[in-house]
Write a protein that binds this ligand. Structure first.
Ligand code: AKG
Ligand code: FE2
Length: 342
């Protein structure tokens, strides 16, 4: 590919108006200071420490997770190649088992995009493109194209690892939180698992745009693997901390459903992703949800299902213009808020 063709793979909205200068490309790896994110070793999972981290952080680095390093390397390599194809050819791909989207990470859990591109208001757009991959269907399809087929098969393998990891972490949490066994099973409903493979695009005005703006995940658990570019930040002690890219570790964060299930003992952590002028970034996320009809019950919340939560969120996005999330489901929301102010 010649230099000027690089942006043929970008959705048109993200193609720079002017040629980005040579000095803007590849200034070498960024150096990240080591971060203070807690580290949890899956091989010797310590329930007490996990609980402490879930209360204080809602995010941690996972090591000894058993996902082979070569699988991670190959996945990033394949993702790079697939994303480098022209925008038009990516748009023409079938929507199962991998749905191509751009400009917004907000896709419904079943993987049915409301729309695969955003409405054209560049300011709110997320500076990314991606594939949404529901794991329930991934082994039922095969591609003719060898690159896509090996990407699909790697994702299937990766998905099985993520499912295993999520189950192990959740089971420990469920034990610590004393969930009754029948609740545990529907609170983490593995067939809801999805992967999202993202490519964050180079942005001429990185300080004016977000890869993903500040949010909490709606999931029970999310697991991120990022390449060496960096950009993920987590909000802790009133500050945004850079999450250092470390190839053989995974980043686990708790979502809104876990916070509600734990009766606000655990935190659904705020995080965001920055974009860069000179580099694209690839990350892969795994997200898992409760069963559709599982009623989440805890003393601080009115009983609700994940479906109720999604419906409320979509309504809020339309009417308020943002996700309100958990406060919509807390009992005596205004009264408790008042208490805190006094
Ligand atoms: O790309 C990342 O590192 C995180 C993406 C993310 O926060 C999300 O998809 O919810
Ligand atoms: Fe997120």
């Amino acid at each position: 590919m010649t230099g000027s063709d690089i942006f043929a793979s970008y959705p048109p909205l993200f193609r720079p108006m002017e040629k980005l200068s040579e000095s803007d490309s590849d200034p070498g790896p960024d150096s990240f200071d080591s971060d203070s994110l807690p580290v949890i070793d899956l091989e010797s999972l310590n329930p007490g420490y996990l609980t402490q981290v879930c209360r204080e952080w809602g995010m941690f680095r996972l090591t000894k997770h058993g996902v082979p390093t070569e699988l991670l390397t190959e996945l990033h390599d394949h993702a790079n190649k697939v994303f480098s194809e022209s925008f038009e050819s990516k748009q023409r791909l079938p929507t199962t088992p991998m749905l191509y989207f751009w400009g917004s990470p907000a896709i419904t859990m079943s993987g049915n995009a409301k729309q695969t591109g955003p409405s054209p208001s560049a300011h709110q757009v997320n500076w990314l493109e991606g594939f949404n991959v529901p794991l329930a269907k991934i082994s039922h399809f095969h591609y003719q194209d060898p690159l896509l087929e090996s990407f699909r098969s790697l994702l299937e393998e990766y998905g099985a690892h993520q499912t295993r990891v999520a189950k192990a972490i959740f089971n420990t949490m469920a034990g610590e939180l004393n969930f009754p066994p029948e609740k545990s099973a529907s609170y983490l409903w593995l067939p809801t698992g999805i992967l999202r493979v993202y490519r964050y695009l180079r942005c001429p005005v990185p300080e004016q745009r977000w890869g993903v703006s500040e949010h909490t995940d709606s999931s029970v658990l999310s697991i991120i693997h990022q390449d060496q570019v960096g950009g993920l930040q987590v909000f802790k002690n009133n500050q945004w901390l850079d999450v250092k890219p470390i190839h053989d570790s995974l980043i686990v964060n708790l979502g809104d459903m876990m916070q509600a299930m734990s009766n606000d003992e655990y935190v659904s952590v705020r995080h965001r992703v920055k974009v860069k002028k000179e580099k694209e970034r690839i990350s892969m996320g795994y997200f898992v949800f409760p069963a559709e009809d599982a009623v989440i019950e805890s003393s601080k919340y009115k009983p609700f299902t994940y479906t109720d939560f999604q419906e409320e969120k979509e309504l809020d996005l339309k009417t308020v213009g943002m996700k309100i999330g958990l406060p919509r489901f807390r009992k005596e929301q205004s009264a408790s808020h008042h208490h805190r102010l006094l």
